[in-house]
Structures are given as C-alpha cells and as structure tokens.
Ligand binder design. Structure first.
Ligand code: RB5
Length: 144
C-alpha cells in the first residue's frame, strides 16, 4: 500500500518504528516528518498530511502525536478526512469496516495493549462494509 505519515515532536520514535515496520513489509511510506525533538504544532502536521492525502495517490494516512488525540481532532476538522483514534485491535478494524476511516492516529506517549504495528495491520486487513454505514458516513461528510 501507499501510505503517508506525519507526526509532532511527541511521537518521533513511534513514527520511526512504524515507518520501519511498514517498509519492511513492502509498503511505501511517505514520511512527512517531523524527525527531531523540536516542538511543532500538531494541527500543522495534520493539515499537511490531510492536504497531501486529498491530492490523491494514497491508500490511507497515519498521524501521531503525544496522545494521538490532538492531531486526530485537527485532522477531523478538514473535510474529507475521517481520522480514527485507534487504541486496540477492535477499534483498528471497526474504524475501517463501519466508518471508512482514511486516517488512523496513535500516541507516542501512550501504552497500548498491543503493538501499534498490529493495530495498523488490523486496519489494513479490514474492508469498508458500505451498506447501512454509507448513509452515516455521508452525513459525516455533509457536516453532521
Ligand atoms: C505536545 O506536547 C502534545 O500536546 C501533543 O503531542 C499531543 O499529545 C496533543 O494532543
């Protein structure tokens, strides 16, 4: 898959680990940064990734900040982005099956019950079900 990833200073190590793991599995991962410890604003990272994704060519995006919360909130303010803050294998799967999430977010300072790469793989393995969920997703896209 063709994946993009962006993060703030709270998730530099997590981001690097995700890029390494996905690349080792043969995926193409475009790293939009940041890669150093200097403080940056997560809404800026979310907007950069969202605009790049919406331009086309990507299967999905990954956003990381300290908690996974702020960057997800910021991404979800951008029309066309449905970012799910994933925290276990269930939410990883269901955000694709029911919500057609096109971004998933994680926190570099969060202790998860399973490795983040396993949650990403659960998301990637899932398929959007459409059907009764399509009208709900359409309402989200219409603004609520
Ligand atoms: C940055 O310190 C931190 O606030 C940010 O990474 C994120 O956790 C916000 O939701």
């Amino acid at each position: 898959m063709h994946i993009l990833i962006a993060n703030d200073h709270g998730a530099v190590e997590l981001k690097a680990a995700i890029v390494a793991a996905l690349s080792a599995k043969g995926h193409t991962v475009d790293n939009l940064g940041v890669d150093g410890p200097d403080s940056v604003d997560y809404p800026d990272r979310a907007r950069l990734a969202a605009e790049r994704y919406l331009a086309g060519g990507y299967d999905f995006g990954i956003l990381c900040c300290g908690s996974g919360i702020g960057i997800s909130i910021a991404a979800n303010k951008i029309r066309g982005i449905r970012c799910a803050q994933v925290f276990d294998l269930y939410t990883a799967e269901m955000c694709k099956r029911h919500n057609d999430a096109n971004f998933i977010s994680f926190g570099g300072r969060v202790s998860y019950p399973v490795p983040v790469i396993e949650m990403i793989e659960a998301y990637m393995a899932a398929e959007y079900e459409g059907g009764r969920h399509a009208a709900r997703v359409a309402k989200i896209e219409a603004g609520g």
